[in-house]
Design a binder for this molecule. Structure first.
Ligand code: BG6
Ligand code: GLC
Ligand code: GLC
Length: 978
């Protein structure tokens, strides 16, 4: 049927060459900025029929109930009855009933909500594309911005220079220039189009010297796009008269940047991309109430509005609002507009660049209004009703009637002579009697467009009302596009129809400023602020981003410090002999007590080593800060109290089991059961302990508490306990690593390399105490001002510098110091320092693990920060995440460089080409952080390519290892001394 109509309508259609020069779409001179027509005298506006009108009662014509108003049809009185019927039949098709409008409103609202929910099947008729605009303008935005507009006004491209003063109501007229895009560019390659745009920019800048330094550009690109950032936007499909190859599926900002680069205009930075509807909405001067809807009817049509973010499934955000571009032009592509489509609509669709797409837009957009009128006039001419039954090549040519012609011809204040001139310009020979009929055709087409547009706007308003949960919605709609400027009636019909369809909404309409250019500049200003913040963030985090060379440097320094330490020379690495000479061989048996002090938890354990394996019973006790930092007596009395409690609970009172003591602090060992505390680390600082044998301190406390004597067989560092514990399962485990509250490593060294311990054969486990690496200043170049602040505020300034860059006790503090700095720069939290953030240790390292978790949405990151009492926006949350990532990444890489140094040393010790080795690891940071372990492994692979390193996470803590060391010692004691 549609095809038949098309053939019928296009009968006698001439080829493109016959087109009247200068009148075809894209060939007419620049569709310069709308030459504003004078407002027409007030015309009666058609009233909406509340009942379904009879076929006779033409909807959309000027029929009214009021006897004083006349219809255009009645103004036109054709002589012959059959001609009249012909015209009526033709125009009747453009009528839309109120019920139909209500259906459109409901259908569109349905599609909008399906799309918001992210429904995939069937695909909703509209796309509802979230933009990166989250708030309406504050009026405080300021600066000078270049704006490039492409796609809003058909075959023209606009460049503007917009100055935002930052002062409400104080406007500076923008400078602007408009360029006509040649048809071959609109239908050419993407590169041609973007090169053309870059060329227009250069021409504008030549003609309007605005300075050469860092020009910030906002790109108004008015086609359906998936936006993934303020300056990242992928074209989904061309609409309106464009069809450039190689652009769909591409980031249009990048294409523009490339073109600007090709032109050598490196001083232009594209920092935001927006749809014309968004520019229209954002350009509104903030009034009594914010403008929350942008409506455009130009060559195409579309609207955007502020939706609650929590309703947008595609967004990772549940707070605040986000501007959504409805892309309502595609409404009806699923057939929903079927009953409303006339034969002319079908013909127009089939001859368009995008058949079957943008069906709603093709009934409303300015690009199509002239074309619909042309098809109707051509049909009527062919039927002998108009122009004496003759047509012209121009009337048969696509695009020969422009929307502004339709506006002019429809306007009763424009004299008949002007209408005749327009028609004559089309090569027609119109009679005066033709004028009124032509007017009524134009009115029918544009009235239908205004009504349909109103129904769509009503759907948006209804959606807004629903999402705001408001009975009575007060809203301001910014309108943009030349159809509003040309067709004054379009606006009044729209307004009246909206009032009828959504009577509960109090809607005011405001025309956009500078054709949306100001709004684009406002968005660009926000983007510029964010970009400046991003630069500051990058600068701040730069020293945390270590390259391969720097890491190799750390590895080399570590090797050097290890060698010196082993030789007994001054070194920040103490390389302490542990008197552990062998990993367990599986023959150990017995019941042992173990203590585990120095990590997050203090534990007392009962370890049963049997043929069937190792069974552990343990109890966690707290060590309050006042005890950890009180007197030595207090601390060791507390430890003994816990042991006594444990023995009682386990029915072990009175027994003296062999005891292994994991004591995770640097100790100079003179034997397995003797350890002189060199200095406290981490949060411990109990008085009168440094320089004393820890085993003696424990025995003294036992005496004070009159508890049963304990048989302390071994004192081991947690790294050693961890290595032994994992070594029980895997004999290749020759290194122990802790990344928890503190960090440290131990490994099996050749005894011949260890100065100060007798013997040249065999091996001994060395506690490196690598937390102190760099305390001689060798890490200076890597240390940032934030590391220095954390160090200075710690209880041991200048000490454990490597540990303070890596371990859980300090990473949260480093992050907190960076956040304070970024807040002082105004980059975070709107520059407002909160008391909470000033509080030491408020930002736990656990938060880094939580925040960096891949499964966490940004909204959850926000929730974590808000629980901390920090007033965060999504931008803040993203930046905090990046800070955490930079800090934990550096920590993991430094740790990896340390492991690489150790495994390479083991390989070289043994004169091996390749080494296969396992590392036993423990510590909450290593175990809980989502990326730490893989980053350590990746760094080791990079820096020690000849070593195959397997990381084994310790399951049972180092207490098990301490018991195993004790068991080995007991076994060997029966034969020889350990
Ligand atoms: C535990 C070990 O599992 O890990 C302790 O049993 C060790 O000996 C601790 O000190 C290290 O991790 P964190 O995170 O508790 O300091
Ligand atoms: C088309 C575009 C849309 C634009 C509208 C008005 O419908 O797809 O993005 O907003 O035209 O220019
Ligand atoms: C600290 C201690 C060290 C321990 C490490 C991990 O660095 O000095 O002995 O191994 O923390 O707990």
């Amino acid at each position: 049927m549609a095809v038949q109509w098309r053939e019928h309508l296009l009968q006698g259609t001439s080829t493109g060459q016959d087109r009247k020069p200068g009148r075809g779409r894209g060939q007419q001179g620049p569709p310069m900025r709308p030459h504003l027509l004078k407002a027409p005298p007030s015309l009666p506006i058609p009233t909406l029929e509340t009942e379904l009108p009879s076929r006779e009662n033409l909807w959309g014509t000027y029929t009214t109930q009021s006897p004083s108003s006349r219809t255009l049809l009645t103004m036109w009185e054709p002589g012959a009855g059959c001609e009249r019927r012909e015209v009526q039949e033709c125009l009747q098709q453009f009528q839309v009933t109120r019920a139909q409008l209500q259906q459109i409103q409901a259908g569109l609202l349905d599609s909008m909500e399906q799309a918001l929910r992210g429904q995939a099947n069937p695909a909703p008729a509209v796309r509802m594309l979230p933009t990166y605009v989250g708030s309406t303008p504050h009026g405080t935005e300021q600066g000078d911005f270049l704006v490039l507009e492409l796609g809003a006004t058909g075959a023209s491209l606009r460049v503007l220079w917009v100055t935002l003063t930052g002062v409400d109501g104080h406007r500076v007229e923008p400078r602007s220039q408009e360029f006509v895009i040649p048809q071959e560019v609109m239908l050419g390659t993407g590169q041609q189009l973007f090169d053309f745009a870059a060329c227009c920019l250069s021409e504008f800048l030549d003609a309007h010297p605005v300075g050469n330094q860092g020009l910030q550009l906002g790109f108004s690109f008015s086609f359906p796009c998936h936006q993934t950032g303020l300056a990242r936007s992928t074209l989904i499909s061309w609409t309106k008269g464009f069809r450039c190859s190689g652009v769909e599926g591409q980031d249009v900002v990048q294409l523009l940047r490339d073109a600007i680069q090709r032109r050598g205009a490196s001083n232009i930075d594209v920092i935001a991309v927006v749809n014309d509807t968004v520019g229209t909405m954002m350009g509104c001067e903030p009034g009594v109430r914010p403008c929350e809807v942008g409506l455009v009817v130009d060559t195409g049509t579309n609207a955007c509005y502020m939706e609650e973010a929590r309703h947008v499934a595609a967004l990772d955000e549940d707070r605040g609002r986000v501007c959504v571009s409805v892309e309502w032009g595609s409404f009806g592509d699923d057939g929903a507009l079927g009953p409303l489509l006339t034969a002319f609509d079908h013909a127009l669709d089939l001859e368009s660049l995008n058949p079957h797409a943008q069906r709603f837009e093709k009934m409303v957009g300015g690009l199509y209004l002239g074309e619909l009128v042309r098809l109707v006039l051509s049909h009527l001419a062919q039927r002998g009703v108009l122009f004496g039954g003759s047509s012209s090549p121009a009337l048969q040519s696509q695009g020969s009637i422009l929307p502004e012609d339709v506006a002019a011809m429809e306007d009763p204040s424009v004299g008949a002579a002007h209408v005749l001139t327009i028609l004559q310009g089309l090569g027609l020979s119109p009679e005066v009697s033709d004028v009124e009929l032509v007017r009524s055709v134009c009115a029918a087409v544009s009235t239908r467009a205004a009504r349909l547009c109103a129904a769509a706007l009503a759907a948006v308003l209804a959606r807004l009302q629903r999402s705001r949960e408001q009975q009575m919605l007060q809203v301001t709609v910014a309108t943009g596009g030349r159809v509003f400027e040309w067709h004054r009636r379009f606006h009044s019909i729209l307004q009246e129809t909206v009032a009828l369809l959504v009577p509960e909404c109090d809607v005011s309409f405001i025309p956009s400023v500078d054709g949306g250019g100001r709004g684009v500049a406002v968005v660009t200003a926000v983007a510029a602020r964010l970009a400046a913040h991003r630069r500051l963030l990058e600068e701040t985090l730069m020293p945390f981003r270590l390259n391969c060379e720097q890491l190799a440097g750390v590895q080399a320094q570590m090797r050097e410090a290890m060698a010196k330490g082993l030789r007994g020379e001054a070194s920040s690495l103490r390389m302490l002999p542990t008197y552990v000479r062998a990993t367990p061989d599986g023959s150990e048996r017995g019941d042992f007590l173990a203590l585990d002090l120095g990590g997050t938890n203090f534990r007392v354990l009962l370890v049963r080593v049997t043929e069937g394996g190792v069974q552990i019973t343990n109890q966690v006790y707290s060590v309050p800060e006042h005890v950890a930092q009180g007197s030595g007596q207090q601390l060791f009395d507390h430890i003994v109290d816990c042991i006594v409690d444990f023995q009682r609970a386990q029915g072990l009172s009175g027994q003296s089991l062999p005891l292994g003591f994991t004591f995770s602090f640097p100790c100079k060992q003179l034997g397995l059961d003797q350890g002189i505390l060199l200095n406290w680390t981490k949060g411990f600082n109990a008085l009168d302990c440094e320089g004393r044998d820890v085993v003696c301190l424990l025995r003294e406390a036992i005496r004070r508490r009159q508890a049963v004597e304990l048989n302390v067989v071994a004192i081991v560092n947690d790294t050693v306990g961890t290595m032994m514990s994992c070594g029980y399962e895997d004999p290749r485990c020759e290194m122990g690593l802790i990344v928890g509250t503190g960090t440290n490593a131990c490994y099996m060294e050749e005894l011949r390399n260890v100065a100060g311990v007798a013997g040249d054969s065999g091996q001994m486990c060395i506690n490196m105490e690598w937390g102190a690496f760099g305390d001689d200043g060798s890490l200076g170049s890597l240390s940032t001002c934030f590391d220095d602040s954390v160090d200075q505020a710690s209880i041991n300034p200048g000490k454990q510098r490597f540990e303070k860059m890596i371990s859980g006790m300090y990473l949260g503090e480093i992050v907190r110091h960076i956040l304070l700095h970024l807040t002082s720069l105004g980059v975070l939290f709107r520059g407002q320092q909160t008391q909470r953030l000033q509080t030491r240790d408020i930002f736990k390292t656990k938060f880094l693990s939580d925040i960096e978790s891949d499964s966490l949405a940004l909204r959850q990151v926000r929730a974590i920060l808000e629980d901390l009492g920090l007033p965060v926006t999504s931008d803040d949350a993203l930046m905090v995440l990046e800070v955490c990532q930079a800090v934990s990444r550096r920590a993991a890489q430094l740790c990896g460089a340390g492991v690489a140094a150790v495994v390479e040393k083991i390989r070289e010790n043994r004169g091996l080409e390749e080494l296969t080795v396992s590392v036993g690891v423990d510590g909450t940071l290593y175990k809980l952080h989502p990326h730490f372990s893989s980053l350590v492994a990746a760094t080791v692979r990079q820096l020690a390519p000849r070593c195959t390193v397997t990381f084994l996470e310790s399951e049972d803590g180092s207490g098990k290892g301490a018991a195993l060391v004790t068991a080995v010692a007991c076994r060997l004691a029966q034969t020889t001394r350990v």
